[in-house]
Design a protein around this ligand. Sequence first.
Ligand code: SAH
Length: 381
Amino acid sequence: MSQQPEKINLLGLSPKQLEDFFESIGEKRFRAIQVLKWLHQQGASSFDEMTNISKTLRQRLAEVADIREPEVILEKISNDGTRKWVIRMDGGSSIEMVLIPEGSRKTLCVSSQVGCALDCSFCSTGKQGFNRNLSAAEIIAQLRVAIRSFGPFDPKDERRVTNVVFMGMGEPLLNFDNVLAATELMMDDNAYGLSKRRVTISTAGVVPAIDRLAGLSDVSLAVSIHAPNDELRNQLVPVNKRYPLKELIAACNNYLSHLNDKRVITVEYTLLEGINDQPEHARQLLKLLRQLPCKLNLIPFNPFPNSGYTKPSSEAILKFKQIIVNGGIVTTVRKTRGDDVDAACGQLVGQVDDRTRRSQKYLSVLQLDSTTESLTPAGDS
Ligand code: SAH
C-alpha cells in the first residue's frame, strides 16, 4: 500500500526554513519572502490568493504543501475585554489561549504544549498531565486567530496584538525547535514584525535549554521562580531538583550577556498563602534577585478546586511587594483578568488526553470549565 507523503504546512516554517523549502523544490530563495508576507501579513489561507506568484508555481505549491490551521471551537469575550479561545488540535486535544488588553498593550498568552510535563504543584495545567508538543504552525495559528478576531487580517494594527507571552499551557523550552521557529516568525519584519522586547518566553527553569537559546535568539525571557530557596522550590517547581536556583540564575545571566541591548529577566513569583508569602521569603528573594538584572512580577495565586492553596490577602501581597521595592527592584503585581471566563493564569486547562497517566490521580479533583465539558473527554487513549 503506498501512502501519500504528508504535505508540508508552510504556516510553521521560519523564514530560513521557508527559504530552504523553496530551494528543495528547485525554486529561488526569494520566493520565501513573498510567501511569508502572504501568510503572515495578509493572513492568506490558500495559495490561490498569492497573486504575485505564477499560476504554475501556485499549483506546484498546492501539490507539495498546504496551509493548515487548527479549529477554533470556542471564543469568549470577558467583561473586561479579555478574549479567550479554545482551539482543537489534530488528535482531538484542545488548548486554550487568551488575549489581555491593558491600556494600549494587548498581550496574547499562547500555549506551547498540550498539557505540561513539569507538574508544578499549584498549576492546573500540570495536573492534567502531558499529551504532546504543539507544532510551530499550531503556535503561529494562535496568533493568526487572535489577529483575525478583530476583522480583516491586519497584524500591524496596534489595537489587536502588541505583545506575545508564552504563558499559556506548557513549558515552551521543552518544545524548543517549534517555539524557536514560532518566535522567529513573530519577530520577523516580513511576518509579524513584533519587537524582541514584546515576545517573551516564560520558563520554569530548564537550564540547558536557556543555555542553548543564548546566542541563538534574542527573544525576551521570563523565569518562574516561585520560591527563594531550593528546599521550597523543590516542592513547588519539581524541575528545580534537576536544575537548582544557583544554576538557573547563572543561566539567566549568561542569556542576558548574549543580548546586544540592556534587557532584564522578568521573574515570576506566584504568591501562595502561608507557603511562600512571608516577609522572610521576601527578604530571601530580594537577596536572590540582587544576583540578576531583573524585574519582579508577583502573581497572586489563581485558585482552582482542590488545589490545596489559597491566595494571600491584599495586605500580605502589599507587604511582600514593599520589601522587594524597598530593596530597589521594580515590582508589579499581576491583576487577575478575565476570571469571569476562566482565563486567568493557571486556569488554562484545555482538554488534555494525558499520556503520562498523571491525570488519573487528579481526575476527581480537576476543574473542568463548564464551557469545555462537552469537548472530547480526557482520559487514556
Ligand atoms: N511553563 C511556563 C509557562 C507557565 S504559565 C513557566 O513555568 O513559566 C505562566 C505562569 O503562571 C508561570 O509562572 C506559572 O507558574 C504561573 N501559574 C501557574 N498556575 C498558576 C496559578 N494557579 N496561579 C497563579 N499563577 C500560576
